[in-house]
Ligand binder design. Sequence first.
Ligand code: NAI
Length: 712
Amino acid sequence: MAKYLRTDAENGILTITLDDPDASVNTVSPDWVTEMTQTIEAARDDEAITGIIIASAKSGFMAGADLKFILGEMQGMSAQDAFAFSQRATAMHRALETCGKPVVAAMCGFALGGGYELALACTHRILADDAAAVVGLPEVNVGLLPGSGGTQRLVRMIGVDKAMEALLEGRSYTPATALEMGMVDQVVATDKVIDAARQWLATEPDPTRPWDVKGFAIQQSNGLLKQSTAGIFTMVTAKLRSKYGDNYPAPISILACIFEGMQVPFDKGLLVESRHFAHLMTDPVARNIIRTTFVNKGLAQKGARRPDGFERRKVGKVGILGAGMMGAGIAYSAALAGIEAVLLDTDQATADRGKDWSRKVIDKLVARGKTSEEKGAVLLDRIHPTTDYQQLGGCDLVIEAVFEDTAIKADVTGKAEAAMPADAVFASNTSTLPISDLAKAFSRPGDFIGLHFFSPVDRMALVEIIMGQETKPETLARAIDFVAQIRKVPIVVNDSRGFYTSRVFQTFIHEGMELLREGVAPELIENAAKQAGMPVGPLAVIDETSIELPLKIVRQAEAEDPSYRRPTSADVMERMVDGLGRPGRKGGAGFYDYPEGGKKHLWPGLAEEFPVAESQPDVEEVKRRLLYVQSLETVRCLEEGVLTHPADGDLGAVLGWGFPTWTGGTVSLIETVGLETFVEECDRLAEAYGDRFLPPEGLRARASVGEGFDWS
Ligand code: NAI
């Protein structure tokens, strides 16, 4: 008895209905491949069967492999195992398309990854004209490639240009676009998919695939200039390399599959694909991406860090104090999730402007066809701008986002407490002030917590939840529930200077300025950071937020904490701000010049202020310094208990400040390098550049006994 599918034969037509009893979505798994293989072989040998329909009992047709399963498979997988893994699925698909009977994929909804590869191995593809129906091969997004023949069939079916786009961009295509691209053959109403499949089979179509007919030629590229195919591939490879460097092998491997596969017969092409697939499966990049941005992100949203024993609660009404950049964004995110949001500021006009921010976001979305006027209007109706604290009555949660000033924050906290329900949670969106200090302005410090959003709030998924010294576990549970409710990703940290994200990110910008102080060419610093995968160079980033800000943080730390060690990069900031009057972009000049109407560029005067040394370091060394310094600080946060789980370190880094996704985050980077090698390298860097590179003792101890981080 099969588990993952049902079969039903009627009038010579075999219907295979995919229906995983343990999940809401059909996914690819080795057992499913076995069942499919047996079913196909039986159908091939059964003369009474003249055609096959593959359908699904779920609302979607099929997704690819479950990423959690893939991650598990990757542990300790050899390239040989990975090759065999791909070849088994490939053989099943090949058996399907050569079984001598026409096969229709009757797709009632989405068919993605391995699900769409199955459809590609069918003779004919029918897709439901449904709002949720999409097809595509998104494997590139997780550092992989379609390993069941997808790269070979798509190129042969729709031609090089279009296949290259679909495979390298990993997009999902709506029914209309998929039809236009040739990715599906028919689009019909959802309830007509099976009828259409039967009708097509009734025409007694030839089951032979075009590439199995002698003389078949792949559609050559026509949209891409008048170059030879080899020329195009060289050009695209160069483009991909300049975009990803050597950091992200999947796009290059996909291109190689297409190019090499085009030179050989179809079956050889399938071998080429499996070989490249095996390489990506055993390379750490895909594992890192999948572990952090899919598996651990999903677990965080489901409440991996949520204390047990508290009922899950929903927020019906939220109060937001301060309708500035952050308050406005938080109100939008809450309203988007169906929550009533009171948006309070000192005067009505400012509060109204906070609501207008949402209006502008919605207008843009409507213009791009991403939402409707009606839905936008409903969302806007949920935002209530006001100056009246009494409106906070009935709120389950109040979030403070006023100026970064302890006295102002204390004032609004007291006023809010008098008006809000006695069991509501109070949260501060402060980016730098200790939560335990702010909690002093609230009579129930156990119900006080930090909810640190990132800007722009509508686009940034991360929320850093900060536990004050007295914050109750129940308050944490409620904060996590709220973050999940607004569909963002929570990480949980304990109170400390700069919390986790700001603290670690500071090390990146300080290292950038330290390099400058040492005489490293500014262009080299900025380019090395980008080549390492950081979204922006450290000098450009400081300019954006203002050089005054990190300088203020350093000075404050010096004043408050006698054990604080002033970074030498502070000299650079003082020179820029106090000496040269170049505080950053807002001040009109910083490390960069901002000519009116022109493009910003590094300030030529930097070379005079910070003379460029004659001998310049290797770019790899600069990249290493800029990334390792962040990983080291993350480990310190783990060892000091600021972070309680390595997954939070990774997620905060990737989602919070754009630490390169391919590394999996600041902790995963260390595991990829290998703890022992990382410690050795850091000892060397410490010797050469300073104690900030000295590995923390816990890390050294782990490395010495060959132990990894504790992910349990
Ligand atoms: P902002 O200056 O854009 O907005 C602050 C708002 O608070 C203003 O509209 C102001 O009128 C209002 N306000 C000031 N005093 C008030 C009072 N007594 N009662 C009511 N409203 C009052 O500032 P922004 O950027 O939105 O920051 C707000 C908070 O969020 C700060 O604590 C900041 O550190 C934090 N934060 C900022 C981030 C950013 O990227 N800007 C990121 C994460 C946190």
